[in-house]
Design a protein around this ligand. Sequence first.
Ligand SMILES: NC(=O)c1ccc[n+]([C@@H]2O[C@H](COP(=O)([O-])OP(=O)(O)OC[C@H]3O[C@@H](n4cnc5c(N)ncnc54)[C@H](OP(=O)(O)O)[C@@H]3O)[C@@H](O)[C@H]2O)c1
Length: 214
Amino acid sequence: MHWVVTGANRGIGLAIVKKLLEMGEDVTVGIRTSMPFEHPKLKVLTVDMSNPVSIDEFANRIDKKVDVLINNAGILIEEKFPEVTEEGMILSFKVNTMGPYFLIQSLYKLGKFVPGAKIANISSILGSITNTGGTASYPYSISKAALNMVTKLLAHKLKEYFVVSIHPGWVRTDMGGPNAPLTPEESAEGIIRVVRTLNETGVFLDYTGRRIEW
Ligand SMILES: NC(=O)c1ccc[n+]([C@@H]2O[C@H](COP(=O)([O-])OP(=O)(O)OC[C@H]3O[C@@H](n4cnc5c(N)ncnc54)[C@H](OP(=O)(O)O)[C@@H]3O)[C@@H](O)[C@H]2O)c1
């Protein structure tokens, strides 16, 4: 299978790519900088997920049909009420919401998804409206809740594909911090298992496959 993963140069995305390559899968990554290694089954492309023009160019340069898209790139700008800035809100929305949406739209218009393709938007429990309590960041929670709407709308529209939101757990990455209970490898293995065994669309799951309320 051919997997496309964004934000794959570090954190959860990097762990997903390493695991997929160990499994013998073909992988294309979309990153801003460079990968820490090369591999014969890995194609490295650049993309800035905050820029729809860059996203279009990235989609155009993907040269194989896409079986799985993992929209993993994301940012956490730690701003809380009453100190949220316009910049923090806009950048969060661009990277966490618009970026995944436009990548799906570009790939769709180019006819690059195989029938039955799986699209996983890496969301967060912090974007669950039902579970809303505190948050690390208002722009983050708001943009991930909006990403969940992207998932729902496109699951409804693209009946021939599976479109889901996945919460990766609280993971020890630059974003998750050193106190998080999960390693990137544990989260990545879970996400890959959930995607491979997916048999429903328009759902919000965690990395173990458990349903999360929107
Ligand atoms: N860690 C957690 O506990 C946790 C919990 C819930 C959800 N998540 C979600 O899981 C996903 C991965 O998180 P992580 O913990 O692995 O985060 P991370 O370690 O901070 O890595 C984020 C990745 O996203 C990329 N990225 C950010 N802005 C980008 C842009 N404009 N264009 C392209 N790539 C961009 C980064 O690339 P650069 O190196 O170029 O910045 C990096 O590869 C995110 O969507 C995050 O919201 C994480």
